[in-house]
Design a protein around this ligand. Sequence first.
Ligand code: DP6
Length: 336
Amino acid sequence: MTQKIIAKYPSNIALVKYWGKYGNQMPCNASLSMTLSKAYTEIILQCTPKTTSKIELDYFFEGQPKENFKERIIKYASQQKEFTTLLHNFSLRIDSTNSFPHSTGIASSASAFAAIAAALLKASSQINDVDFTKEASRLARLGSGSACRSFYGSYALWGKVENIENSSNEYAIPITDIHTNFHNMKDAILIVEDSPKKVSSSVGHALMNNHPYANARFIDANKNCATMISVLKSGDVENFIAITEREALTLHAMMMMSKDYYMLMKPETVFIIEQIFNFRSETKLPICFTLDAGPNIHVLYPEQIEQTVKSFIEQNLQTKLKSVIYDHAGLGGEVN
Ligand code: DP6
C-alpha cells in the first residue's frame, strides 16, 4: 500500500546572514531569520513498498520531472543514515510546488529542503513532536543551511551564540518572548529581476574561505545575533533597523570584496534603498530593507503602517519593479 505524506514549509528571510560554511554544512557564523508565510513549498511524498535494492526516487516540480534536483535529493537522502531503511524498502515519488514564482530571490532551497527533510523523516520514524522538529531542522540543514530555520515562527536562530541556551550549529531554535513591536511583521518582496542569479549561493559561501575579512565578519555576525535577540525581546525598533540594514549591506560587501569579486545589486536595488532611506527620514516610520543573495529587496515593516507602505511602494517604486509579493511573518510549517 502506498503511504502519502504532505509537507508544507515556508521560506525565511535572514536578518543576520549565514555566509560561509565548513565541514558538513556547518555555519561559520550564527544567523537569525524571520519565517515567512505565503512563500512556501508544498510536497507530496508517496512511498510504495519495493523489493529491489536499487534506490528508486522520482521528483516532479510543478508536474514536470526535474532531473538535476532529483539527483541532488538522491545524493542528500542517501547520505543520511536516518533515511537508509526508507530508501531501501520503498520506491519514493515527490511532487513539489512553490507558492511563489521561480527565481524571485525567495530562497526556494530553504522551503524545499525543510519540506523534503520533514516528509522523509516522517516517513522514516515515529519520534515525538519536540524531537521531531529538532531532528527535521538538523536534517534540513544538511540539504540547505537556511532550510533549518524554516521550522519555527516567527524568528529562528541557527548557530552557536555565547550565552544563548540550546543554540547550536546543528539545528535552529525558536526565539521566544518577542516584543509586540515585532509581532505580525510584514515583508513586501520587491522583485526587480526575475532571471536566475549569475553566482550561486554555494559559490558565494566558498568565497568566504580565504576571504581577507572573513574572521571579522564571523565575529560581527555572532555579535549581531546576540544583539538582535535582545532587540527582539526589548522592542528596540531603532536597533532592529540598524542591524538588519547593515547585515544586508555587509553580505553584499563581502561578495564585492571576495577574491573573485562580483556584484548582485542592480541600479534599481540602489535606487529603492535610497528611496527607503528618504521615506524613513521624512516620515519617521519604522520601515527598513534587507537583501538576500540577489538584487531583490525585502521591505520590512509592522502591520500598523501597512497601507502607508503599500502607497509608498505603488507611488515611488512601482516603475522599477517586475512584481511585488506581500508576505508576512509566519509560524513555520507542518507535515502530515
Ligand atoms: C544569503 O542556505 O542557500 O540567503 O547551505 O549552500 O544551501 P546552502 O546555502 P543557503 O545560503 C543562504 C544564504 C543567504 C543568507 C541566509 O539565508 O542566512
